[in-house]
Design a protein around this ligand. Structure first.
Ligand code: SF4
Ligand code: SF4
Length: 713
């Protein structure tokens, strides 16, 4: 069951003069509709999943506006959609998570940027860089540079974000180049307001199709010999045109300040962090007025040499604030100033760290270091440095007072269908020894954390089987590749399965079939039981694999730990060569609970019988060795003080969040642990038969064990 965003959709209907209030990413969605797009698409991933999710729920409105929407099978297919803007005056936008999504889309992006576009082409990137990131730490900037795609990085402020979306289309059309709009986690979730405009119908769209034959122009193909000309066009025409557009339309901003013998040049997305640090140092107010002049680069690439030179002229030193490495902007600023023979000192990396997120304290320390180095006129630098030290010491003192907190790695949801598979792998490994596990991207990657600690490599989304290709032939045990159904359709089917079959590889592949792209918010995938249009698209993983020639294939219910473990052992031991696939079947528990909650509430309202299963641990039998916890890791299975005064070890206990998935009992059974676990059925709105059965059971228990046992039953 996909999440519903009906409320957010209402905000997209606002007309001219009305005030939009909400999150940055929703503001982007509204700005797309105000820009007259003909098509949108993308692949989900934090922090931009919301954009696509909301548009999916806004299908009726999109249809009225004539906007074609695609939920693409991966980022490459989303990027390839932009081909519609190469030959036709169609505005389009696509979205994905970067850097990983941009890596997947890179081939299409190169082939798009070479011929360039007629219609505005905007790529909304969720830049997952920094402490909250879930992917490798690289930036999208390098793609902008190498492909001559302009990179907008707006100040996290809703009117600026909306303006950049609208200007992004104009910039793309004026320069015939695609444009990226980069949004970090904080920009996506910043809240604010802006004055809305009416949504616009595109001139051409599914409601008003372009008449006549398709346009043929060899010059618009990314194919030799025109690619040689296109390379020149990028540098000689499109780049100067972009710089002129940025300057004329004032896409970059200057925040004036009285201490103007120094200055700060900051990438737009980091502006709020700089202003907050200045405010903590007493050099800015909470509304963003600053004593230090700031050049806000809402366009991170290309830089406009005149803007850089004009800002630096007359300043003794400037600080370039640009997260991550390489220091692209700092280098460019240095080159431009050298060419113009301007001797302003450029500081950046050195005051600020070369790698990692510029969080509040990092920014504070970096700015203080800059002021000590640059000594701006009229500012008591020693007081600023002492203030920064005091603020940073407060953090350290708090840390010392609290002591070392235990790490809390992320884990599977309560009752997740993927957890039992890793319990089964652990049990199988007890017998056959440790195996190499090629992990993948998705919820199942939580198994790389304790208590499972299973996974030897992660090479990308849907890449697990491909990444085991050279492991298997070089190790004495078959490797196991774990892949989600999302990863299977995203990339794994071709990159992994087809390649393995083509090369007659050996090995074991577990496909977690939970029915959704779960980690990104339960979006539908080709093998889901439903689709955004309603009925299921009818693509099935088992049928697909069999049709490709997979012969050894088992489908096992994930919660059946004993069976899963036995199947794994069989796959790892069989003399039969070739790919062995286990489809681990179990619906995403988060999606299931969302669906059940609604169904149960309806049933209770109608006075119908509702049965809830819960598991528990008998305090008296639990020995306190906690093997069950080490084999399960469910957050609902925890410990509590031992009620027996003669025993000190805490006992296992199941808390109220248990969804009754049954894994506890399965693990206890499969691992031959202890008989402490019991299953209870909680019946609401019981029938006469339930009551009669309960009465009978109570009488028998009373007869067998007395009243004490009745109350425990
Ligand atoms: S979202 Fe679904 S698949 Fe992912 S951890 Fe939660 S229950 Fe498991
Ligand atoms: S039955 Fe056990 S594993 Fe399943 S949700 Fe309850 S406590 Fe967690």
């Amino acid at each position: 069951m996909e999440r519903s965003f009906k409320k957010e959709v209402e905000a997209l209907r606002l007309g001219a003069g009305e005030t939009f209030r909400g999150e940055g990413i929703l503001a982007v969605t509204k700005a797309l509709l105000q820009s007259g797009v003909s098509y949108v698409g993308g692949y989900q991933g934090a922090p931009v999943s919301h954009l696509l999710d909301v548009l999916v729920d806004a299908q009726d409105m999109m249809a009225d506006l004539g906007v074609h929407l695609e939920t693409c099978s991966n980022e490459a297919s989303a990027a390839a959609m932009l081909a519609a803007s190469i030959n036709y005056p169609l505005r389009g936008a696509v979205t994905w998570k970067s850097i990983v999504g941009t890596n997947v889309a890179a081939d299409a992006l190169s082939n798009l940027s070479s011929p360039g576009v007629i219609g505005g082409a905007l790529i909304v990137l969720g830049e997952d860089y920094g402490e909250g990131a879930s992917v490798i730490q690289e930036r999208s900037y390098a793609y902008a540079l190498k492909s001559a795609i302009w990179l907008l990085d707006p100040r996290p402020d809703l009117p600026t974000i909306v303006r950049m979306v609208e200007s992004g289309f104009e910039l793309s059309e004026a320069t015939h180049a695609p444009v990226m709009l980069e949004l970090r986690v904080r920009a996506c979730h910043v809240t604010g307001e802006f004055v809305a405009k009416d949504n616009r119908r595109a001139e051409f769209s599914p409601l008003n199709r372009i008449a006549g034959p398709p346009r043929f122009d060899y010059g618009r193909l990314s194919h030799p010999p025109v690619t040689f000309l296109q390379e020149r066009l990028k540098v000689e025409e499109r780049l100067p045109a972009a710089q002129a557009f940025i300057r004329e339309h004032k896409l970059n901003e200057i925040i004036a300040g009285d201490a103007d013998d120094v200055g700060i040049m900051v990438i737009g997305g980091l502006t709020n962090g700089v202003l907050r640090a200045l405010e903590r140092l007493g050099l800015a107010d909470v509304l963003g007025a600053s004593r230090i002049p700031i050049l806000v680069l809402n366009v991170a690439y290309p830089l406009v040499p005149d803007e850089v030179k004009n800002f630096c002229l007359g300043k003794r030193a400037v600080l370039v604030v640009e997260e991550g490495y390489p220091d692209f902007i700092e280098q460019t600023v240095n080159v431009e100033l050298r060419r113009a023979d301007i001797n302003t000192r450029v500081l950046g990396k050195g005051c600020l760290p070369k790698a990692g997120e510029y969080s509040a304290d990092v920014m504070l320390g970096g700015l203080a270091a800059f002021f000590v180095e640059a000594r701006p006129r009229g500012i008591d630098v020693d007081a600023i440095a002492a203030g920064a030290r005091a603020l940073l010491d407060r953090q350290a003192a708090a840390r010392r007072a609290v002591g070392d907190l235990p790490p809390r790695p992320p884990t599977f949801c309560t009752g997740c269908p993927e957890r039992p598979v890793f319990s089964a792998i652990k049990l199988a490994q007890r017998e056959i020894g440790p195996t190499h596990i090629s992990a993948d991207i998705g919820c199942h990657a939580f198994a790389t954390f304790a208590p499972f600690s299973l996974g030897n490599s992660i090479l990308g989304y849907g890449m697990s089987l491909a990444s085991a290709a050279a492991v298997g032939p070089n190790l004495d045990r078959r490797p196991i590749a774990v892949m989600g159904d999302g990863g299977f359709w995203h990339n794994g089917l071709i990159t992994g399965v087809a390649s393995n079959l083509f090369n007659q590889g050996d090995g074991v592949l577990i496909v977690m079939q939970n029915g959704y792209a779960s980690a990104t918010g339960q979006q539908y995938i080709p093998s889901s039981a439903a689709s955004r249009q309603g009925p299921a698209p009818g693509m099935d993983i088992e049928t697909t694999l069999r049709s490709m020639g997979v012969k050894w294939l088992r489908k096992v219910r994930t919660y059946g730990v004993a069976k899963m473990s036995a199947t794994l052992k069989e796959a790892l031991r069989t003399a039969e060569r070739g790919l062995k696939v286990i489809i681990a079947d179990g619906e995403c528990q988060l999606a299931r609970q969302r669906r059940l909650r609604v169904e149960i509430a309806d049933k209770l309202k109608r006075g119908e019988r509702v049965l809830r299963t819960r598991y528990g641990v008998d305090d008296e039998i639990c020995t306190g060795d906690h093997s069950c916890i080490r084999l399960s890791g469910c957050p609902s299975l925890t410990v509590k003080p031992n009620p027996d005064p003669l025993r000190t070890d805490p006992v296992a206990t199941v808390v109220d969040s248990c969804v009754g998935c049954g894994l506890c009992g399965e693990v206890a059974h499969a691992a031959v642990l202890c008989p402490s676990f019991y299953r209870a059925e909680i019946i609401r709105n019981p029938t006469w038969w339930d009551r009669a059965l309960h009465g009978l059971r109570a009488r028998i228990i009373s007869w067998l064990g007395g009243p004490a046992l009745i109350s425990r039953a």
